[in-house]
Design a protein around this ligand. Structure first.
Ligand code: FAD
Length: 394
């Protein structure tokens, strides 16, 4: 017999979606248990996203987990689009009425959230094995898992599937319920983390004949840089010297220099757009990457995960205070409306800035015209800025 435990909301996955949800529920007096298959150390060291929208920063601050982010995060009020060797700044502050973004690494957000959950007596079970979800269409769905050789089950009122794209929640929904919309891109990103002071105060998105490049950063000492590459690029073919050479070529601009440094980490990430509809089955609610993936060009993945669970936390709080499921019934449609707008933006940024293997000279001229338009028309720049700093949350 498994060791049984009762909670109100069982959450699978201790990524940004799962931990933000757990803490938001706690602040409303709702009990939750988070089940995670990795170790805490692993998730707190894994380098992933780093750009936080204003709405994400505001929510993390309201939740009480924003002190270190306020101190260590880098606030940016613009980005540069570079093409033809020339830079063009998109001024977010001026175009959006004072909004900006904050550069603060995802693993630092996770450290802060894990600390906030521990301080509040929250329960996160790390290194859970063989996690599975059951009875989704009943009023008491269950999460089962194994830990240290013992079998456990958590009996819940609701389950939140916050277990990312490769998790078990979405595949546990019976066939035919979910429609999946997907686009794979014919390229990937080769990303490095380098011990080098960022060569620009703001992010630089570069369109180049040899492919896209992005200069980003994690702190005043650490740069994060990316190169467009083949989706199946073998990282072993890229010596540190070759990576810097290619970055120097693609990012070059008169009077500007790229500072190099020791490469601390490198890897290749594939790029896809994916949406699962609806984001609910019975008492299982999908949130974050378990329901949708965006290509990283718009820096939206983490932000979208946080936006979903904000809607879900409100709907659950409404249920527990009134007994009405009306907001839970609206959850999927409400999230998907925003998800699709963010998908559009991420696809658009990706299409404008990357070279496509099957493109012809017309496509290239069109991309350059688009960049020229975005950087010379206030209306177009304003649209980019509004999306980049984050569309309204609800
Ligand atoms: C290499 C890489 C780079 C990225 N860079 C960027 C970027 O620059 N900008 C950006 O905006 N986004 C980026 N992203 C995307 C961003 O990191 C995600 O959108 C974000 O992490 C989504 O949060 P989430 O909580 O929904 O999912 P996740 O962060 O994936 O969290 C899911 C959690 O569930 C756990 N889990 C999985 N399966 C199980 C299971 N069976 N049982 C229990 N737990 C399970 C996982 O271990 C994980 O902790 C990147 C992603 C990757 C992989």
């Amino acid at each position: 017999m498994p060791i049984s435990q009762r909670t109100q909301v069982g959450i699978v996955g201790a990524g940004p979606a799962g931990l933000v949800l757990s803490h938001l529920l706690h602040l409303q007096g709702i009990d939750s248990v988070v089940i995670e298959n990795r170790s805490r150390e692993y998730s707190e060291q894994r380098v992933r996203a780093g750009v936080l929208e204003q709405g994400t920063v505001d929510l993390l601050t309201e939740m009480g987990g924003g002190e270190r982010m306020k101190k260590e995060g880098l606030v940016h009020y613009g980005i540069e689009l570079r093409f033809g060797g020339k830079g063009h700044r998109i001024d977010f502050q001026e175009l959006t009425g004072g909004k900006g973004i904050t550069i603060y690494a995802q693993h630092e957000v996770l450290k802060d959230l894990n600390n906030a959950r521990s301080a509040a007596g929250g329960q996160t079970i790390f290194e859970a094995e063989n996690v599975s979800v059951h009875n989704l269409n009943t009023s008491h769905p269950k999460i089962r898992y194994e830990k240290d050789g013992g079998a456990h089950e958590v009996i819940c009122d609701f389950i939140a599937g916050c277990d990312g794209f490769h998790g078990i929640c979405r595949p546990s929904i019976p066939p035919g319920v979910i429609v999946e919309y997907e686009r794979e891109y014919p390229f990937g990103w080769l990303g490095i983390l380098a011990q080098a002071p960022p060569s620009s105060e703001e992010l630089i998105y570069t369109y180049h004949d040899r492919g896209f490049a992005l200069l980003s950063m994690r702190s005043p000492q650490i740069s994060r840089l990316y190169l467009q590459c083949a989706p199946d690029e073998n990282i072993d073919d890229w010596s540190d010297e070759r990576i810097w050479q290619e970055l120097q070529i693609r990012l070059s601009s008169p009077g500007w220099a790229l500072t190099e440094g020791a490469i601390l980490q490198k890897g290749v990430t594939g790029m896809r757009s994916f949406v699962a509809e609806p984001m609910q089955y019975g008492r299982l609610f999908l949130a974050g990457d378990s329901a949708h993936i965006v290509p990283p060009t718009g820096a939206k993945g983490l932000n979208l995960a946080v936006a979903d669970v904000r809607v879900l936390a409100r709907a659950l709080a409404h249920f527990y205070s009134t007994g009405s499921q009306s907001l839970l019934d609206e959850y999927s449609a409400k999230c998907l409306r925003r998800v699709w707008k963010v998908q559009r933006f991420s696809w658009w940024m990706t299409s404008m800035l990357h070279r496509f293997p099957d493109e012809n000279p017309f496509d290239q001229r069109r991309q350059l015209a688009e960049l020229d338009y975005v950087t010379s028309s206030r209306a177009a720049a304003k649209s980019l800025a509004e999306n980049y700093v984050g569309l309204p949350l609800e």
